[in-house]
Design a protein around this ligand. Sequence first.
Ligand SMILES: *Cc1c(COP(=O)(O)O)cnc(C)c1O
Length: 940
Amino acid sequence: MTAEQFAARHIGPEPADERRMLEAVGYGSIDELMDAAIPEVIRWHGTLDLPEPATEHDAIAELRALAARNTVAVSMIGLGYHGTHTPAVIRRNVLENPAWYTAYTPYQPEISQGRLEALLNFQTMVTDLTGLATANASMLDEGTAAAEAMTLARRASKSRSPVYVVDADALPQTVAVITSRAEPLGIDVRVLDVERDELPAEFFGLHLQYPGASGAVRDHAPLVEAAHAVGALVTVAADLLALTLLRPPGEIGADIAAGTTQRFGVPMGFGGPHAGYLAVRAGLERMLPGRLVGVSRDADGNPAYRLALQTREQHIRRERATSNICTAQVLLAVMAGMYAVYHGPDGLRAVAARTHEMAARLAAGLRAGGVAVAEVAFFDTVTATVPGRAAQVVAAAAQRGVNLRLVDADRVGVSCDETTTPAHLAAVWAAFGVDAVDGAVDAALPTGLARTSEFLTHPVFRSHHSETAMLRYLRRLSDFDYALDRGMIPLGSCTMKLNATTEMEPVSWAEFAHVHPFAPAAQTAGYREMIAQLEGWLAEVTGYDAVSVQPNAGSQGELAGLLAIRAYHRDRGEGHRDVCLIPSSAHGTNAASAVMAGMRVVVVGCDADGNVDLVDLDTKIDKHRDALAAIMVTYPSTHGVYETGIASLCAKVHDAGGQVYVDGANLNALVGFAKPGRFGADVSHLNLHKTFCIPHGGGGPGVGPVAVRAHLAPFLPGDPLGAHVDGRPAISAAPYGSAGILPIPWAYLRMMGAAGLTRATGVAVLAANYVAARLRQHYPVLYAGNKGLVAHECILDLRPLTKATGVSVDDVAKRLIDYGFHAPTMSFPVAGTLMVEPTESEDLAELDRFCDAMIAIRAEIDKVGAGEWPAGDNPLANAPHTAAMVSGDEWPHAYPRSVGAYPGGVDRAGKYWPPVRRIDGAYGDRNLVCSCPAPEAFEG
Ligand SMILES: *Cc1c(COP(=O)(O)O)cnc(C)c1O
């Protein structure tokens, strides 16, 4: 590897370090190590067929050329995706700032107060604007948020009816996602013109769009009343910008609101990523899917934030979970929340009023020119009727650089937004052949629906309106947090590797950022080619035949893969196959996804070595042979081991007529060395935000492509606007999901090439084995495979130490903060353990710093065990230590302040200080507060 090659930058250890690490592990070379670690039955000995690696320079040049083949048009298509001005201070200091984008999901709240506060702002923004009690910390997009609202309504409704009524004026892609999710659950979706058609006698839920896809703003209160009369719940899919001017869903009695926050400063990105939202009325908060930030208190009784009600989550509830959602859209939620912070209520109202004024002027000009415009109240979108001429008008507008929505042969939709100018209006009029005179007009909002209630009254939405104030607020919050820009985040299963700057840069380019997902194909040639290349490279890496990048998280890839299996069985007349075998060690999303795909979960046990128990597998297969649909296994296992039984596991399931799903979250241990599509699996999802360098963003975005062998390819996700035509499911609202971040994995693959990727895998496995070798005598490594080796991560078993000393895995995780680290994955997949995944990107100095800290902590545990420090008052029990604590006038503790604050060799000058002490999660769950607390709460 020459320094010019990107792989040398991406991979941390240098050749001399590598030799020292190999020595510690006891192998002569990475090849020897990998030969020993990976079972020969799955080993692939070829060279990946990928283009020669490009330098960072050249990769950017190639992406520039691809980007140049996209056309950035003025987008007036609407349908839930709008032009928006991202405030530059937010773009540079959030979207392009590694302090925000390289952070992990805030499971360790003491080091995540910044993003937790930002998410609380987001939740407060959503609850205020929708007029509902509680909002979660983001959903994947509007379509999936609406689908989650449907299942929430079903859980909460007293009605036993399977019927879900959907407004015909709902966004078409939302209808597609709802329909795809409903089918396996036996929900009967009825799309009705709710203004005219009679509602069914019984139904459990009603989905309304506000304003409708046509632009019409209707008073939904009578429908809400009618739905409640039969015990149904009502979801209103509402545009948050419109809600600054219109009476919000909560004030007409809606139970749930769902939608997107894209137009709050988040670029369209050809479909994503943006933060969807979901809010509920009081009484439904404990049924809300997804992550929820709440206020609790720390060891000193000060207010502190943390994820609330975590016991609802899929990783705990598995097949009884309310949803499979795991990775969400944190980075984009932070951006949208900050857009509201920056503009404040008056600013948002002004943006909305201007947007509406543009639409009103547009409609007036069309009418004056003799074009029929629907005679309804509207906010930002008008529907014009031009009999037989719609396609012609849309084409004429495209000629002028403006995209309109072709509704049907006779109707054209035009949406205005924050970026609309008088010149755009003139172009639209010209496309309609209208010679309009622009001028002031009356508002076309329905007076009876004007918003009278206040919103965003909390001081945070009134205090940061100058750029200086905003810059400092963003800096203040990001300083609270620990992200990859501070040090290693050794989270097992999460693969927190380098997110290279070169990979990130293209995400901000206009040619990728400002493209509508339903823009004409001729305008998106660059995007389509990039995606086709990426899908091809991922197929090569995994050994599958076809890939779809539509799923916008791993969990959604799981659902897509299982739906493909389901459709395959039905296609062959074996639709009765509905049992999904899942090992007890599996990630919680697996079971939750299986239930969403209409399957019954049957758990297969693990043996004493942590491997799938092949005897139990035989038993379960025998018992369910005729009903067997699939097995879902993670490889290497979530125990971080290359199981040798995988090939025979695949064969057994296939013999019984089942399909094999390999959860590809651990692909970082396989790339270049084994291909799931070749060793017996039929389908996998990948996590591009793990193996392929999309940053975690503090809990999203992600991309979870689904990869299949040829026989499942006909059942991959389809275009949400064409889903009803070709029978494929709509997994996301946009055809290519979160397309806007696909330049990241594209650049990674393009710059690493076959040799770089393969070396990355080897170094990742070497690093995990190095950590295991150094820590083994201090903490038992729970599971190992061939020759005592682990794969790309290792589980440290703290249970014996906890039993002997009372020091818990929590204490160790929090003490690591004092040493300047993010904790490893805690208590997954085994309670009471830590799972360490160093990745290939950490250099030897950082690996050693981590191992030294863990060894020093072991010595501290021994002091507690030996009674040198009291069990209740020691540096572990009191961790993490804040600056306020160790500089307090009183120091009543049994150890010196310096031991609390500066353990081991901590860099005193560059030390990371957590802003709060240990947080009491249970207190916050008993006293649930999920919006911004009054400033007085922080006094004293
Ligand atoms: C991360 C992970 C998932 C879920 O992926 P998301 O993108 O968070 O939805 C599933 N399985 C395993 C083993 C994982 O590590």
